[in-house]
Design a protein around this ligand. Structure first.
Ligand SMILES: C[S@@+](CC[C@H](N)C(=O)[O-])C[C@H]1O[C@@H](n2cnc3c(N)ncnc32)[C@H](O)[C@@H]1O
Length: 187
């Protein structure tokens, strides 16, 4: 409902509160965001509601933000989230399966969260450029964590850290990996 109060001072205050509305992340998404480096160029694959890209845009943590999803309905939801928080201009929305819509030259950090381990590994298999040294992968499989770790180990990636997070009584594993092998690592 429009504000009918005549005082310009009060009107300005109300508008400032609207602009400052901050997106709230779940414990799981918050834990994922903690792996992102300042100024990173981030692609969130299977973004769905787009809350993580919105958070990155609002906090200024990422330099560039790509929100990608195979589903038009999910991408619409992501766009609506970004509109609600006034950050649509800061996010590039991509409708594509896996990493198909992502240009390797434009990203240094890839997030794939909330999908099954087998789906994640098939996305990585279809985008072999993710094995390039320096590409940071933040993966949160909903299932088959061990299978995904084994895949990473066997196919040209290094696992730097895994972290568990409890969100609404459910345990999730976040894998921080990178393309390429660590120095002195024999396979
Ligand atoms: C459970 S949601 C996860 C949302 C968000 N990443 C999170 O962790 O909260 C899964 C999303 O992945 C998308 N998805 C499923 N398969 C995909 C694929 N092959 N390529 C891209 N997106 C996919 C679905 O459309 C859905 O929006």
């Amino acid at each position: 409902m429009p504000c009918t109060v005549k005082s310009p001072v009060l009107l300005i205050t109300v508008n400032v509160i609207e602009v400052m509305k901050a997106v709230k992340l779940s414990a799981r998404l918050r834990a994922i965001s903690e792996f992102i480096d300042d100024g990173a160029s981030v692609a969130d694959i299977g973004t769905d509601h787009g809350l993580l890209p919105v958070y990155l845009a609002q906090t200024g943590l990422a330099g560039r933000i790509f929100a990608s999803d195979i589903s038009a309905a999910s991408l619409d939801a992501a766009y609506r989230s970004a509109s609600e928080y006034n950050v649509t201009d800061l996010i590039t929305f991509i409708a594509a399966p896996g990493l198909d819509g992502i240009s390797p030259a434009e990203v240094d950090t890839i997030i794939i969260a909330g999908l099954g381990g087998e789906t994640i590994l098939s996305m990585l298999t279809n985008a072999s450029w993710t094995k390039d040294n320096g590409i940071k992968l933040i993966l949160q499989p909903q299932s088959k964590v061990d299978l995904l770790c084994r895949f990473l180990y066997d196919h040209g990636y290094s696992i730097l850290e895994t972290k568990s997070v409890i969100d609404r009584s459910k345990k999730y594993t976040i894998i921080h990996a990178m393309g390429g092998y660590l120095e002195n690592e024999k396979r």
